[in-house]
Design a protein around this ligand. Structure first.
Ligand code: ATP
Ligand code: MG
Length: 294
């Protein structure tokens, strides 16, 4: 009998769902929490949209989604509704300032791997449409080395690792890079140092991390800038408006715009195979479901 598992298996084998993804997909992550991922993701999304890129920001912090809080959005539905079939992609995507679309996260959804087959299929369908309909998909992940975060990063193919100059943040970022470096299909890594006090400090942190990763992990990381510690960031969070909108010429806002430029977000770039990687990641899972069902 041709059931759900069969359809999913066909999908994995690319016989049913054609893979035509075009969007560039970048995950923003960190080893240590609270280093500025969400603020940076939102800032990058705003900068990319201002450059004319159709941009969607996916709240991939599955434990504690909070992009909506930062942007004063009030979503009625989120990723959880989409995955459970209680809302369509159109119903879940909401308009954020600057023309950015936000896919609000599902707080409490801790492990994508635990999703059922139908839920995975819905997620895959939605992702397929995002990479088809947008130029840039930015994913704000949770902190730390959980399977869910790693899977998101590996599937994205490009990962912006955020650290601060604090030794604890640096050590945790290095641990994260170490895990990436061991992956067969290691993502391309970018580094940004947030909350720096001077350009010298930023330079010191990035060259140390890049050197260590090169020497001990054989893993190349690209430095793509630094963002100054700036009291207007916290003031803007309290106002629930991003600092690049409330204080567009403050040092942090300038840093985020430079970061966007260094990442090449001022122009369209091709897909890096996001959908294919998700399918590969789930293929064993889906195939064994097929075997159970026949
Ligand atoms: N450049 C900066 N200057 C000053 N404060 C900053 C800066 N970047 C971030 N912060 C402060 O750090 C706090 C945490 O930032 P944010 O929520 O973006 O971090 P996060 O990495 O997403 O955290 P989590 O790991 O909990 O998801 C912000 O509320 C803000 O007060
Ligand atoms: Mg966050």
């Amino acid at each position: 009998m041709r059931d759900q598992a069969w359809r999913l298996r066909m999908m994995v084998e690319e016989k049913v769902v054609p893979v035509r993804g075009r969007a560039r997909v970048i995950a923003v992550t960190s080893g240590k929490g609270g280093v500025g991922k969400t603020n940076i993701s939102v800032g990058l999304a705003l900068a990319a949209a201002a450059s004319g890129l159709r941009t969607v920001l996916l709240d991939g912090d599955l434990g504690l989604a909070n992009i909506d809080v930062l942007l004063d959005l009030h979503p009625k539905r989120n990723l959880g509704h989409l995955i459970d079939g209680r809302a369509t992609l159109e119903e879940v995507l909401i308009n954020a300032p600057g023309g950015v679309k936000v896919l609000p996260g599902a707080s409490g959804l801790t492990n994508v791997a635990d999703l059922g087959l139908l839920q995975k299929q819905r997620l895959l369908d939605a992702v397929g449409r995002l990479v088809e309909e947008f130029d840039l998909v930015l994913i704000d992940t949770g902190a730390g080395i959980s399977r869910a975060v790693l899977d998101l990063c590996i599937c994205a193919g490009e990962v912006l690792v955020v650290t601060t100059p604090e030794p604890t943040a640096i050590v945790d970022a290095y641990a994260m890079l170490k895990v990436f470096s061991k992956e067969e299909d290691a993502p391309r890594n970018w580094l940004v140092v947030n909350q720096v006090l001077s350009r010298g400090e930023a330079q010191q942190v990035s060259s140390r991390m890049i050197g260590l990763a090169h020497q001990f992990l054989g893993h190349e990381i690209r430095d793509c800038g630094a963002i100054f510690q700036d009291p207007r960031v916290s003031a803007s969070v309290r106002k629930r408006q991003h600092f690049s909108l409330s204080y567009p010429s403050c040092p942090a806002a300038r840093g985020v715009r430079d970061l966007a430029r260094n990442l090449g977000l001022s122009r369209r770039q091709g897909s890096q195979g996001f959908l294919q990687r998700i399918k590969v990641l789930w293929s064993g899972d889906l195939s064994s479901a097929h075997e159970r069902s026949v």
